[in-house]
Write a protein that binds this ligand. Sequence first.
Ligand code: PMP
Length: 371
Amino acid sequence: MLELNELQANAESGTAPAPRQAVLDMKEYHPPLGSRDGLRLDFNENTLQCSPRVLEALRNITAAELTRYPQREPLESLVAEHLQLDPAQVLLTNGVDEAIHVLCETYLDEADEILFSVPTYSMYEVYASGAGARLKMIDAGKDFAFPFEQMLEAITAKTKLIFIANPNSPTGSTASREQLIQIAKRAPHAAVLVDEAYFHFFGETVMDQVGRIPNLLVARTFSKAYGLAGLRLGVLAAHADSMHWLRRVISPYSVNSLALACLRPALNDEIYLRWYVDQVLAARTEFAEALDLLGVRYWSSKANFILVKIGAKHKEFVEAMRSSNVLVRDRSSDPGCGGCVRVTIGTREQMADAIPVLKQSLLEIGWTRDA
Ligand code: PMP
């Protein structure tokens, strides 16, 4: 601990005030966005556009709507109806990222434990480390299988949060409904988040268990299938008793008026959503077939992306793809993902364009099957 005069001397020499210890120790995360010109197969977004009805709603925003503070509650009722939940069980958030942050702020004290398998979505570690909690990270099984038994065994009296992305990123692997329910039941003292960001490309859910299992929470996003990553809109569903605490923590206006105005048209345009999801599912199969033909290893995925094993030249591969205007994401520093690159799946036409670029890039880097 520094003395007051030392602190004053630091301040005079221009040293910024120190943050709290957990922030000093916190894992840093800066998404490698850079220039995004080209075919965006790097961030698992919708690769085309949102529903035209959403664009129309944005064009019709009035000045009066912008002068008012946003009111999320009416839209929470709409989402509740859509999900067949009670309005008291639904919280709109500034993307699932805010839901993750709010959960960490609500449940984690410094000595508490948070449990998640790795590799998984980076923000779990970022926000949990910011709260100063103990991170218990369980390695995925063979071929990134969900480590169900190990997760169960890792639950202790100190476990306050469990995060499970289903489907998982960057692997596309899944946990079964029974496994998720068993984990929630084994840890009644912990909040268990099932992050269903990629739900639309998978189709299985535990949303129907919200409210029935008191400690189960489910997150969904408008960033993926709906094509609204830029608006920042997520949904957190939980038992009304948990919501009471989450509402205490969340910033009251974190979902802005533009996002709220787009919610109804986005939900209502089911035809557009179905069309986009069908495109991705067909393109996912076609892309996997192309990888099979080339002999490139990949992991079967239930999401809108496929994790591909390129090997030692993963960086060169990403660069070669980029120089042909196809952006993909190097995931080789994720646990267990050495040499891996994640490719978002777009529409059939986009992926048909991406396949020759992939072939050419493999040639350019001198890739061989046993690389
Ligand atoms: N969860 C998972 C598993 C994700 O992959 C992502 C986005 N990459 C998110 C949550 C974040 O979603 P949002 O844009 O709604 O914050």
